[in-house]
Structures are given as C-alpha cells and as structure tokens.
Design a protein around this ligand. Structure first.
Ligand SMILES: [Zn+2]
Length: 461
C-alpha cells in the first residue's frame, strides 16, 4: 500500500461525515465523572465504555483488580496479521479546585475550537478516538485490517497499582506484537510525535536525628551535631557542582544512546532561549555542554524535592534542630533498575552517613523501545496519512509511565502516540482537547491499524 490508500480515503470520508455524532458521544462519555481517587462515578463510566466496546464486537470483559476494574476487549479475526494492544485509562484526576474552572468539569463545554471537561484529553478523548477509529473501519470495510486488543484501566491516575499483577495473570490474553498508548500531549511545538519510552523513578527520604529535643544554638552549637548539617554534608557527596551524580556505580547500567536516537533528538525543534524564558531561568543546570534532549532522555537525574527541620518562619530563631528530613527522587534510564539503584543509594548512605535513616517511597522501572523497531515505519506513515506531516520521534519521556509492564514483563515493543494538544491542561483546571485533534486522533488511529495490517510478515521480525 503506498501513500495513496483507497481504503483510508473512504474511512477518512466516513469520519468527516460523522463528526457531529462522534463529538456528541465523546461529550456523553466525559459528562460521566470517573474520579478514581474519590471513587466518584467509576462503575457508571466502566459500563458506558463496556457498551461502546460491545457495539464494536470486542466482547469486553471486566477484570477485577482488587481496586477499580479494568476492561479488556478484543477483535482478533485476521490470521497472520499483527496484533496490536491498545492501552488507555477511563479514570480521571480529581477536578479540584472547582472555582478555577470557567465551566464545571463534568458539564462539557465547547469554547472556540476546544472541548473543555475533566478527562477529555487525559485520557477519555484519546482512547475514545481509538474506539471510533475501529468503528469507522468496521463501517467501511468487511473486517479490521489487523487484530486488536484493548485494555482500559481505571487506576492510572492512582499510579496503576494493579497493572503489573493483571499483566502477569492475563499474560495469555495480552499476547500482542506491539502496544500503542494514545496518551499525553503532542510535542510542545504542537507537532505530533511518537514516544518510545519513559524514564523510571526511585523516590526516597533521608531522616537525620540529633538530640531528643530542639536546642539553644548558643549553648549547644559546636557541641550537639546538627541533623540539617548532617543531611547537607550527605547530599553534598551525592551530586557534584559539575552536575554529575557521585553515587558509586550509578552510571554503570546506563545504556548509551544509539546514533539514530542521537539524530532524532537533534531533530526536535527545541528553542533553549524560549524554554528559559518560559520558566524564568537565566541558565541551565550543569554540565553546561550537555545537549538539552540528552539530559532528559539519556541521563538519570537526582533531584532534592524539599527539606525540612528546625525553624524557617519569619524572623530569627536561634534553634539547633533535633530532626531533619529531605525528600529526593532519581529518574532512571535504561538499563538501570529500581532494585539496582536502591542498592547503590543504600550503600552510599551507609558509607557516608550510616546514622541517617533511608526511607523508600515509590519506584517505577524505565522503558525504551528501539527506534528501529519494524513497527516504527507504519506508525510514522499513519501520522503522514492523517496529518500530511511526519511525526517527530522521541526516544524517552522525562517523566515516568508504567510502560515497563509491557516492554519488560511481556517483552512487547511499546509506542506512545499522543493525540492531545500540548496545552491540554491535564490534571489542572480547564482541561481541554482541541476538537480538530480529536478527529485527527480518530484518523491516525484508523490509519495505524491499516498500516500495521499491510506490514508484510517478513518485515515484522
Ligand atoms: Zn493523567
């Protein structure tokens, strides 16, 4: 199939003539609250989605997780064609603060060319676009061009606490050649992009203790050890002013970027001056000569999130604190692991400040699908079909997503193909989806199933 596909012309025309009814159904879906953190509307939203999947002959099942249920549907009737697993989530972030919304979060409102509602971009509008893509294909063709599994969970906004367990328990039901996740925003330049992975994370706290009570700094300074100084000295051994993390062995598992990954990074339209201006920076962190894209994609980062102890209110208080705490996170890159990094941090603290208590918070593994995956060209072509322009390629997001359950635990290459505008305000008041982006998402979704179906078997290994 070349760039001019008669099937796609017909599907795209069908999508164009059904704009109003597709939009009305998205409005109905986002009108239904589904706030996992507050337990609001979850069963109703799952039922609504179940009905939509049933209409498409996907025979959806409800998978109990111990928390909010997941939905798993499938339509696999093209022997020999690839199987794609489409992943999304029907839960949404809490809508608060309510008074910052121009219109109520669960009363969808169209202003200009945007639809405003909680969850419209993150993630309901995006997996709903995938569903409508399937609907449009079925309306215009005898069968889907490839096999489709659809897994929609209800706990993504809680950090997906059960997905690893479910993926293991349903390993046989989730056999696929690739995973496609339509979530997140397009690139900041508003160009579409395909994202090949996400950094992992290890979060932790360091607790230091001194005397059993706060002390007078004049009477006890130079006599009682100060837990805040203890933490400052320890932190000073963990990262250099030159920007290198100085925990022994921390870079040993870091996989160097491939030449292709380096090249795609330098293709990204990045304007350092605009980035600094946007957040009020006068300089970037050390090391000064490291390209911006590589900082996010190729290197782990160690961040002090906050530090507490003693007194930091108005005026002077000559106190020598009895306790101090610092909260940190490290973002991980392939092939670092949560367990390996925790071991290195623990050994470092043990060596430099054995009296400091190390408390582990959350952890998530990194993931990265190779750029030269056989599925990259059909996904790129799908964006060209829908938008007339090739997408940017991003080897790894700076943030953390549970893609590793697919790449590591199922061994399936995983691609993030965002359909939402960069200024979607997800997790914030006035979340919105550009209506044209919604329809581009439906078209891209239809094109990617079509292009995957046309991929010769010999090209898939
Ligand atoms: Zn979210």
């Amino acid at each position: 199939m070349d760039a001019f596909s008669p099937e796609l012309t017909e599907v795209f025309a069908h999508i164009d003539t059904h704009r109003q009814s597709y939009l009305d159904r998205l409005v109905a879906y986002v009108r239904q609250p589904s706030v996992s953190a507050q337990g609001v509307g979850m069963a109703e939203a799952a039922t609504l989605l179940l009905t939509e999947m049933e209409r498409l002959g996907m025979h959806p099942r409800i998978i109990e997780t111990g928390g909010w249920p997941m939905l798993l549907g499938s339509r696999c009737e093209v022997p020999g064609a690839p199987t794609v697993l489409l992943y999304g989530h029907y839960d949404v972030q809490p809508p608060e603060p309510l008074d910052a919304w121009l219109t109520p979060p669960f009363e969808p409102s169209i202003r200009g060319n945007r639809l405003y509602a909680r969850g419209v971009a993150d993630n309901k509008g995006q997996h709903f676009a995938q569903l409508l893509a399937i609907e449009a294909l079925l309306a215009t063709q005898a069968a889907l061009p490839c096999n489709v599994l659809m897994l929609i969970e209800g706990e993504e906004e809680l950090g997906s606490p059960h997905i690893l367990d479910i993926v293991h328990r349903h390993r046989d039901d989730l056999q696929a050649d690739l995973v496609v996740i339509a979530d997140g925003p397009v690139h900041a330049s508003e160009r579409s992009w395909i994202v090949f992975g996400a950094r992992g994370i290890v979060s932790f706290e360091l607790h230091a203790r001194g005397a059993s009570t706060d002390l007078h700094s004049g009477a006890w300074g130079n006599i009682a050890p100060n837990p805040l100084w203890t933490l400052v000295h320890l932190l000073n051994t963990m990262k250099s002013p030159g920007g290198e993390i100085t925990i022994d062995g921390i870079y040993d598992a870091v996989r160097p970027l491939s030449a292709a990954e380096r090249a795609t990074l330098s293709d990204l339209p990045v304007d350092p001056a605009a980035i600094k201006a946007r957040v009020g920076l006068t300089r970037f962190d050390a090391p000064a000569d490291r390209p911006l894209g590589e900082r996010v994609v190729a290197w782990p980062s160690l961040t002090i999130n906050g530090m507490t102890g003693g007194y930091s209110g108005p005026g002077a208080k000559t106190v020598l604190p009895s306790t101090a705490r610092v909260k940190c996170d490290m973002r991980l890159v392939p092939d670092q692991t949560v367990a390996g990094v925790r071991e290195l941090i623990a050994a470092h603290v043990q060596q430099h400040a054995p009296e400091v208590e190390l408390v582990w918070l959350g952890g998530m593994e990194p993931s990265r699908t190779p750029l030269d995956s056989p599925f990259t060209p059909p996904l790129q072509q799908a964006f060209i079909d829908a938008e007339g322009q090739a997408p940017l390629l991003m080897p790894t997001l700076g943030g953390s997503l549970p893609n590793y359950v697919f790449t590591r635990d199922l061994g399936i290459p995983t691609f993030i193909v965002p359909y939402a505008n960069a200024d979607q305000n997800n997790h914030a008041p006035n979340e919105n989806l550009l209506i044209d982006r919604f329809f581009l998402g439906i078209k891209t979704g239809a094109a990617l199933l079509t292009r995957l179906g046309a991929l010769p078997r010999s090209a898939r290994t």
